[in-house]
Ligand binder design. Structure first.
Ligand code: HEC
Ligand code: HEC
Ligand code: HEC
Ligand code: HEC
Ligand code: HEC
Length: 485
């Protein structure tokens, strides 16, 4: 009795204006749709990660708009309008007259038809949105400025044909993982300009786990050894080419009777490596555990610093080591300036026969520039000035040579440095080696077994055998290539 009076009053209140009736229709339609969609999203029934886009960016604001309309209509324009068919009273009156039933029925059929048609349209649009938001162009280009560093490096990487979502969600990502990367937060961050520059790595949700990589790679199948060779150019007059040749002990996980060994021992099925870090970037590792098929549990602790600083406190849970703990840059590969230039010289995008070009372009691209545009101007100017002063005849005879070098140097800069996003040389580190004591040396040589005090080895031959280090025309290469009989 009491409730029906309240409802009656509410209906009367709302039905006093067209605006609030429109608002209440929107609210009435969206409420159940939103409730169901939200439940689906929460429990992860819908596979597409951008399902949330539709819910939170499209439907939810519309719902709120509906609510606002109800209030605006009811408060600002009560009873001032001719409500016509909108009014509740109208329906009541029509229904109470027997002859009017057909007209009302027709109205109902018409409404249903319109609703179905609109539903179909919304469905088509939503499907399109789903497809689009999961595409590379949405991920990499929609938020062009924000994703530029990742998109550019991705385009230049061996994985440029793998879709962003294949690594970033994989097939069986949980709701929690997906929702964090659903793009909603990111979209709001982009529209409100509040995203972090640079984007922090790792993104919390971004955990390309073993399954993701193992859709395409099977480290347990790897063979034991792999040849590593790298060409570099010295910063001398001739830009001398030197080569580093190593045998990488890639090893394998255990399969087909082989025991896990070498570098991919860490991702064997039979023992698991866990670790805990003291920082978000996972640079300072405080504890490592090796658990063997639930039997053995070997604990490694951080070797105390000699300067008696208190041991860094761990944050977060134990993390099971997987592919991205070493291959953290499988596709967003940001090179060091030295390497970036070496590649341009090796590909003849910077002419090697221009004296001192390695040294001079290195100087030019490591300057501190406020924008890419400034960088282009400055790199060009610096190189022009230096060669005009030191090699005027050479430049006069062959101006194309310097122009090519300038373009190459600018390319090396633009592919790795993004001033708009505060991404500069070395912002994103690779863990795949041991540059600056990071990467493998976060554990190797830094932790020891708790009981036996045996240090995790950093013996130079543990992971690779160096056959030549920055050598000019190393003999070993001639042997490997079969040039020396
Ligand atoms: C081969 C797998 C792979 C592909 C394909 C891929 N990513 Fe990533 N992405 C990663 C990994 C691994 C990380 C770093 C994870 C970590 O450090 O925990 C990452 C990090 C990121 C980050 C955080 C910033 C950073 O550089 O660490 C962004 C943003 C990102 N990716 C966007 C993209 C976009 C956009 C695409 C498609 C154009 C894409 N990714 C394609 C694997 C991938
Ligand atoms: C959809 C398939 C696919 C997925 C998923 C994938 N990769 Fe790859 N990956 C490839 C292909 C194809 C190549 C070879 C590209 C080439 O040689 O140009 C490759 C190459 C590589 C290489 C050798 C790179 C080089 O410099 O030659 C490494 C290392 C690698 N992937 C690691 C990973 C890791 C780690 C992950 C998970 C984060 C991953 N991949 C996910 C397909 C994939
Ligand atoms: C302990 C660090 C580490 C872990 C963990 C690791 N890798 Fe590697 N992986 C390496 C190193 C080091 C190499 C040697 C290649 C190099 O130096 O460029 C390599 C090589 C590779 C290659 C290239 C092999 C080739 O023949 O070109 C692929 C592909 C690869 N890893 C995939 C994976 C996948 C998939 C996982 C996870 C299941 C994984 N790795 C886990 C360190 C690791
Ligand atoms: C999270 C810590 C951690 C990181 C990071 C790490 N390792 Fe290890 N690694 C270990 C532990 C623990 C062992 C086992 C040591 C022992 O049993 O004495 C090990 C053993 C090894 C072995 C010997 C495996 C065998 O038994 O044949 C190789 C090779 C190796 N690591 C290579 C690497 C390379 C290469 C990297 C960097 C790309 C790397 N590791 C990064 C923890 C780590
Ligand atoms: C835990 C494994 C591990 C140990 C121990 C280790 N390295 Fe390495 N080393 C690597 C990996 C992985 C790479 C990177 C390969 C790559 O870039 O793909 C590397 C790369 C190198 C390179 C080539 C770098 C370049 O720029 O070309 C040199 C030189 C090198 N290591 C020397 C050493 C020396 C000297 C020691 C002994 C103090 C040592 N390494 C110990 C894993 C190891």
């Amino acid at each position: 009795m009491f409730f029906s009076t309240i409802i009656q009053r509410a209906i009367n209140w709302v039905s006093r204006s067209k605006i609030s009736v429109t608002g209440s229709i929107i609210v009435a339609i969206l409420l159940p749709v939103l409730a169901i969609s939200f439940t689906f999203d929460y429990f992860g029934f819908i596979e597409n990660p951008y399902f949330g886009f539709l819910i939170y960016v499209f439907m939810a604001p519309l719902f709120v708009l509906g609510l606002i309309l109800v209030f605006v209509g009811a408060v600002l324009m009560p009873g001032r309008e001719d409500l016509g068919i909108y009014a509740f009273e109208y329906f009541k009156e029509q229904l109470s007259r027997p002859g009017r039933y057909t007209r009302v029925r027709r109205l109902i059929y018409f409404t249903i038809a319109i609703t179905l048609f609109c539903g179909f349209l919304v469905g088509v649009v939503a499907y399109g949105t789903f497809r689009y938001t999961a595409s590379n162009s949405f991920c990499g280009q929609f938020c062009h400025k924000v994703m530029e560093p990742e998109y550019t490096t991705y385009k230049n990487s061996p994985h440029s044909k793998v879709a962003c979502v294949e690594c970033h969600f994989g097939k069986d990502a949980t709701w929690a993982e997906r929702s964090k990367f659903t793009g909603i937060k990111q979209l709001f961050a982009v529209t409100t300009n509040s995203y972090s520059r640079p984007i922090l790595a790792p993104i919390k949700a971004l955990r390309p786990g073993r399954k993701t990589c193992e859709e395409c790679h099977r480290p347990e199948k790897f063979q034991g050894l792999m040849l590593y060779s790298k060409d570099s150019f010295l910063p001398d007059k001739n830009n001398t080419k030197v080569q580093t040749i190593m045998i990488m002990k890639v090893g394998s996980g255990d399969i087909e009777g082989r025991t896990a060994h070498g570098i991919h021992w860490h991702v064997s099925e039979h023992q698991q490596v866990f670790y805990r870090a003291a920082d978000w970037a996972r640079e300072v590792i405080t504890e490592v555990r090796v658990v063997e098929s639930g039997k053995k549990d070997v604990v490694f602790e951080r070797i105390p610093d000699s300067n008696q600083d208190p041991a860094p406190a761990a944050i977060g849970k134990l993390r099971k080591m997987d592919c991205v703990d070493c291959h953290n840059r499988p596709t967003h590969i940001f090179l060091q300036p030295d390497e970036a230039l070496d590649r341009k010289i090796a590909a003849d995008l910077i002419p090697r026969y221009l004296p001192y070009i390695k040294a001079q372009s290195l100087k030019a691209i490591t300057g501190n520039y406020s924008s890419t545009k400034m960088a282009r101007i400055q790199i060009s100017r610096k190189l022009q000035d230096w060669y005009r002063t030191n090699y005027p005849e050479l430049i006069q005879k062959n101006p194309g040579l310097l122009e090519k070098a300038i373009q190459g140097a600018i390319g090396a800069y633009e592919e790795n440095v993004f001033p708009d996003m505060n991404v500069t040389w070395g912002t994103y580190k690779s863990f795949l080696g041991h540059a600056n004591g990071s990467g493998c040396f976060r554990c190797h040589g830094k932790l020891r077994e708790k009981k036996t005090r045996k240090i995790i080895s950093s013996d130079c031959d543990l992971c690779h055998v160096i056959l030549a280090k920055d050598q000019v025309g190393p003999d070993i290469l001639k042997i490997l290539k079969g040039d020396q009989r």
